[in-house]
Design a protein around this ligand. Structure first.
Ligand SMILES: Nc1nc2c([nH]c(=O)n2[C@@H]2O[C@H](COP(=O)(O)OP(=O)(O)OP(=O)(O)O)[C@@H](O)[C@H]2O)c(=O)[nH]1
Length: 141
């Protein structure tokens, strides 16, 4: 009998924040020292075992930007197959609850008006997030 080894793909759940403030949206540029160097992303990161998406989001945003956020709306989950693993992005539209941002991981952040978001070089999964964010904005009008 031939045995087939099927390796399970790693599935990584990544809550992230589309942070709105004064009519603009925050984009973060990944550090040159990390995976996907210098790509743009929405701040956030991998949820830990037994951690809710919301708790992971708050923790990651505090770790990366040193601010508190309030969730306004959950956007559709989007996934990206990276070959050896699958990233499940769980995006939340948020507003700031505190305002003194201190960067601990990102190379830089930019505040952009929504229509300008696609001008940056995003990680692939984020293109879906941006589309879904545009749909959310259109539905609010
Ligand atoms: N926070 C965040 N991560 C994203 C986005 N899009 C996307 O593909 N990712 C990927 O999701 C993973 C989040 O991991 P992380 O922020 O907790 O940790 P990390 O940079 O050390 O990641 P790594 O596992 O690739 O080394 C990264 O690989 C990142 O590239 C996004 O919009 N926000």
């Amino acid at each position: 009998m031939i045995e087939v080894l099927v390796s399970e793909k790693l599935v990584v759940r990544v809550p992230c924040a589309v942070i709105e403030h004064n009519g603009k949206v925050l984009a973060g540029q990944r550090s040159p020292a990390l995976s996907f160097p210098l790509k743009w992303e929405f701040p956030g990161g991998k949820a830990e075992k037994n951690e809710s998406d919301e708790d992971a989001l708050s923790r990651e945003i505090m770790e990366e930007l040193n601010v508190e956020v309030e969730i306004i709306h959950e956007l559709p989950v989007t996934s990206k197959d990276q070959g050896w693993r699958e990233i499940i992005l769980v995006p939340f539209v948020c507003r700031l609850k505190s305002y003194e941002i201190t960067l601990t991981e990102h190379e830089q952040i930019l505040w952009l008006e929504a229509p300008d978001l696609p001008s940056l070089d995003w990680t692939e999964a984020d293109l879906n997030v941006i589309d879904n964010y545009f749909q959310y904005l259109a539905a609010k009008k």
